[in-house]
Write a protein that binds this ligand. Sequence first.
Ligand SMILES: [Zn+2]
Length: 324
Amino acid sequence: MKRKTGKGSAWVTGLLVLAALALTLWPAEGRTGTCPTLAVDICNAVTNPSITTDDPAKDCDEDGFSDHVECYGFDTGGSSVKHYYGYNQSGRPTDRASYLDPTGKDLFLAVAKDNPSNILQADLDYVAATLGSQLGVVVHFISSTDFAPNPPYNIRQVTLDSLQKGVVIVENSTTTTGADRTTLGLTNPITTPDSTSLTATVFTGRLESYVNETVCPVATYPKCVTSDGRGRQSASDTTGLATLKQIYHRQNIIHELSHAMSLANVAGGHQPVETASPYNNWIMSQYVYSKPYAAVKKTSEPAKQVFYIPFTYQPGDATALKLK
Ligand SMILES: [Zn+2]
């Protein structure tokens, strides 16, 4: 994710970066075999539930977890073995986030928080809720130590019986005074979770520095809010500023996580989020855009900075995403 102020040069740079990354997009995959509609029928078609491995290509929902795993569960291979329930296992929890389903996309996500951290569990819950409601992807949180890095497992692999590896998003909370505030998140390459070369980072310290000191210095812009009015309402409103930054942090995580599911703007580049843009308010088209309103505000208002932070995916994102 890149931020954008009112200057055009930063936008041009961002478009060039995205154009280069877009070359790594994967070709479309075909659905293999014939898949029943109901999970119970898919599970009944699994020939031998008791075996420990099965053909990873038998994956009706194409999320990188085989029908075998999604019906009969698995144990992680990491340092602390943890069981994840499959749809057809007796005693499985009823909460969808607590089991895998062969008819719905499942994603394993580890967030490696920095110390100190700017990420709360409530933020991760928001991320999971957004992916669930807008993309139909169920997020299963896992500790990065529960991955099994040693052979025969590959890096970030949660089970041998599947293609999908987990996504790890690494937080970097180092604050900065330099020009590197320009990049607040970086996923390389834009790819799928099964790629061994995938790295995803959110630079939460840069975001804090950027908002606190570059865009929303309290003396210059006592009011600093989102386009729908959330944020610091006055110089003394420290809670409001924390709210604004939390909204920004959440979107930053969602944007980078989406790159790890191969999503990029279908138009080929990050776009500024402004009302004039046809790409406004789409998560994958953002730059987050901030704009000072000192020149156009009513004289009775304090100087303010307004952030345009998108909250929705664009048409086609839910079907374009890839988990393997
Ligand atoms: Zn991006």
